[in-house]
Design a protein around this ligand. Structure first.
Ligand SMILES: CC(C)=CCC/C(C)=C/CC/C(C)=C/CC/C(C)=C/COP(=O)(O)OP(=O)(O)O
Length: 382
């Protein structure tokens, strides 16, 4: 699958017109989702105004919910698109936009090719090369040597490449991408923050805390991808709403990943499940470590799967707004990853000893379905 999905994130394959669609559109009122506080989701009656411990990444005010904090980033990304539009317009008027004659295109093309190779080698489902490398820091073979200091150095390298001083070939490709598309540094910084969190935290008090973690490690990927994929010129949706859908897809994917890997994570002493919801279901950490599928566990899992599906549904609303070239791979990745949830059900919720996966046949079958869905572009009715 990586070939298809790579296409989602590899800027080289994206039509360069994809910047245009990020230009003026009628603003549709901002709609914010409060999925887990919805009364339709019984497992999630959370005190989500109780505040999150003071993570240093996105914000400092502990009174606000994680959703509110993350939404600020969404608004910032959307504003950046408008800002870039204005600066480009001004520069164009002044005749300042010209092709950069100093760029070494051969080297840059080689850098992009190398990024493609990394994706082909490592990505089973999806990934941007920089995200994979960041993830490798805390999950790879050298993970035990990774310190907060090493992450600080990684962040300095990130700042350098955003300022046009790449350290290596891979950084050079990303440096070029972020100077070409309206990509902000914040989601990248937040992803590093997620890695810091992983170094010091192995329990999540409630869904509000888990949501912030999911944003850091996966929602950020959605926010990084949309500026490169581009929004359709016909779209009447607000930039914010499309970014919001992208964020939801990242969260949905991460929640799915967590539910698939409960056993694997427990063997590393980690439980990425809301502690208060576990307690309400009559479950403890010991139950997770014991790994026995009971009725309590099944019922708990049903609630978690339901919530993950709600995030997928939220994400679905944004796909039609994307550029035509990006819709097929996004649909494919959404439909395929969501089937992991079905596989958990088929395994009778045994995510302790069985790894839920989507077989090749199901993946291939999803391609024509995704293709058909991708034909549907933005609604013409405003
Ligand atoms: C919906 C709209 C408007 C846009 C799409 C925006 C995108 C591309 C969002 C996707 C974000 C994303 C790919 C997040 C990554 C989340 C995740 C759990 C990745 C796991 O990756 P691997 O570790 O390779 O997965 P496997 O372990 O399953 O192979």
């Amino acid at each position: 699958m990586s070939g298809v999905v790579l296409w989602v994130v590899c800027p080289k394959e994206i039509n360069t017109n994809s910047l245009v669609p990020l230009l003026p559109r009628n603003g549709v009122p901002i709609r914010r989702s409060k999925m887990w506080s919805s009364s339709s989701f019984s497992a999630s009656k959370l005190s989500f105004s109780s505040g999150v411990s003071a993570y240093s990444g996105t914000v400092a005010n502990p009174q606000r919910s994680s959703e509110e904090k993350v939404y600020e980033v969404v608004l910032k990304q959307a504003a950046l698109v408008r800002e870039q539009r204005i600066t480009r317009k001004e520069k164009k008027a002044l005749g300042l936009i010209e092709t950069d004659k100093t760029t070494n295109w051969d080297l840059l093309n080689e850098a992009y090719d190398r990024c493609g190779e990394v994706c082909a080698e490592y990505a089973k489902t999806f990934y941007l090369v920089w995200c994979r490398r960041t993830d490798e820091l805390v999950d790879g073979p050298n993970a035990s040597h990774i310190t907060p200091k090493a992450l600080d150095r990684w962040e300095n390298r990130l700042t350098d490449l955003f300022e046009g001083r790449p350290f290596d070939m891979y950084d050079a490709a990303l440096s070029h991408t972020v100077s070409t598309y309206p990509v902000d540094i914040q989601p990248f910084k937040d992803m590093i923050e997620g890695m810091r969190l992983d170094l010091r935290k192995s329990r999540y008090k409630n869904f509000d805390e888990l949501y912030l973690y999911c944003y850091y490690v996966a929602g950020t990927v959605g926010l990084m991808s949309v500026p490169v994929m581009g929004i359709s010129p016909e779209s009447k949706a607000s930039t914010e709403s499309v970014y919001n859908a992208a964020l939801a897809l990242g969260i949905a994917n991460q929640l799915t990943n967590i539910l698939r890997d409960v056993g694997e994570d427990a063997r590393r002493g980690r439980i990425y499940l809301p502690q208060d919801e576990l307690a309400r279901a009559g479950l403890s950490d010991e139950d997770i470590f014991r790994g026995k599928v009971t009725d309590k566990w099944r019922s708990f899992m049903k609630g978690q799967i339901k919530r993950a599906r709600m995030f997928f549904e939220e994400a679905e609303k944004g796909v039609a707004e994307l550029n035509a070239a990006s819709r097929w791979p996004v649909w494919a990745s959404l439909l395929i990853y969501r089937q992991i949830l079905d596989a958990i059900e088929v395994n009778d919720y045994d995510n302790f000893t069985k790894r839920a996966y989507v077989g090749k046949a199901k993946k291939f079958l999803s391609l024509p379905v995704s293709y058909a869905r991708a034909l549907i572009g933005p609604s013409t009715v405003s």
